[in-house]
Design a protein around this ligand. Structure first.
Ligand code: DQA
Length: 139
């Protein structure tokens, strides 16, 4: 199984961001753990960008992957373009958020990604990513 792990804006700054919402780990540390969980089970490809168009292009170029895990950061709440790129993706889409977007400011409650997601893992800090991957690996 080939799986994309896609992170949007400001997720490259984990470790420096508000720890109450986002936990203590850096994205590098989270990705390391994901690689360990996937070992001998799935091939992971990681991508992070702060640019909406680059995220769209990355998704378009990898439509042959079996599944993807995405934390679109703030674009979750605004990006119809990422939504439309994900609509082209035929595999499972796992939405991930470190914080509980449903219990934060109202402008974070709506998610374009949720409209397409097979499952959403929200508010478990880094465990959100690990649970999303475990969910895919159990297939
Ligand atoms: C986030 C939640 C978003 O609202 C925020 O803009 C982020 C991170 C999360 O993982 O909790 O950058 O997606």
């Amino acid at each position: 199984m080939k799986i994309l792990v896609i992170n949007g804006p400001n997720l490259n700054m984990l470790g420096l961001r508000d720890k109450n919402n986002y936990g203590n780990l850096t994205l590098k540390e989270i990705n390391k753990k994901l690689r360990e969980l996937a070992k001998n089970k799935a091939k992971l490809k990681f991508y992070q960008s702060n640019c909406e168009g680059k995220l769209v292009s990355f998704i378009q170029k990898h439509l042959n992957y079996d599944a993807l895990i995405i934390n679109a950061g703030a674009y979750t709440h605004t990006s119809l373009a990422i939504h439309d790129a994900l609509e082209l993706f035929k595999g499972k889409i796992m939405e991930v958020h470190l914080s509980n977007i449903k219990e934060r400011e109202e402008f974070r409650h709506f998610s374009y990604i949720s409209l397409l997601a097979t499952n959403s893992y929200i508010g478990l800090k880094e465990e959100s990513y690990y649970e999303a991957l475990r969910d895919l690996l159990k297939d």
